[in-house]
Design a protein around this ligand. Sequence first.
Ligand code: AP5
Length: 220
Amino acid sequence: MAGDSRIVLVLLGPPGSGKGTQAKLLSDNFNLVHISTGDLLRREVAQGTDLGKKAKIIMEKGELVPDSLVNSMLKGEIKRQDSKNGFIFDGYPRNLKQAAQLDNILKQNKLDLSWVIYFKASLNVIIQRLSGRRVCEACGANYHITNMPPKVAGRCDLCNEELIQRKDDSKDSVRKRIEVYDEQTKDLVSFYEKQLKLRVVSGDLSAQEVFKEIDKILKK
Ligand code: AP5
């Protein structure tokens, strides 16, 4: 089925490689709807829904939430969103089954996958990023204590709420998340490479440099 001209991006990469940071920049610059399954799950946790209660324990351990729960949550979110220009999928798909499901969802919505942007990042960078990340639970803004510090230490620039460390940014959870990424998500790199959809950027560069690389890909 032919798709339309909207941009559809998948951001793929290990935890802490900068997917969320770039998704925000891309969404602001290209007016794309940013769908982060991690953010959606954290919202369910914060609201104390049945899904949130199930997801909380799994997320804190650094494991993947079952596909069936994530897939139906995602379908609902796409229905709710109205995007004239397109979508950014951040943190989805995470395994081959989710990739097949995304394919179905795109077909049902008459969308075509434009590019999968793969954030290639080194382990020491990932660990430095995750150990220093601070987030605002109230508005979702994302900081880093040295790379992207807030104007006032420990306070959100946007809403002045206290910044916290994500529970899954603890040493043990980070180790597990990297393990899960290597075992389940990394396969998607060759999967999308075979489809000629993969574009690689260096996640180790500064946020502005990474954005420039992606901008070039989109404007080609
Ligand atoms: P999710 O929230 O998706 O976490 P993740 O994939 O592990 O990715 P992160 O959010 O940790 O990192 P990021 O790459 O977005 O980096 P960021 O831009 O924040 O998922 C969390 C959990 O939810 C999963 O473990 C799983 O349990 C569950 N889940 C989610 N999706 C699922 C799915 N599809 N199926 C099943 N379960 C699912 O950057 C990190 C830090 O570095 C920040 O402090 C930032 O300020 C800084 N930074 C970013 N870019 C740069 C840069 N270029 N230079 C310097 N600093 C930078």
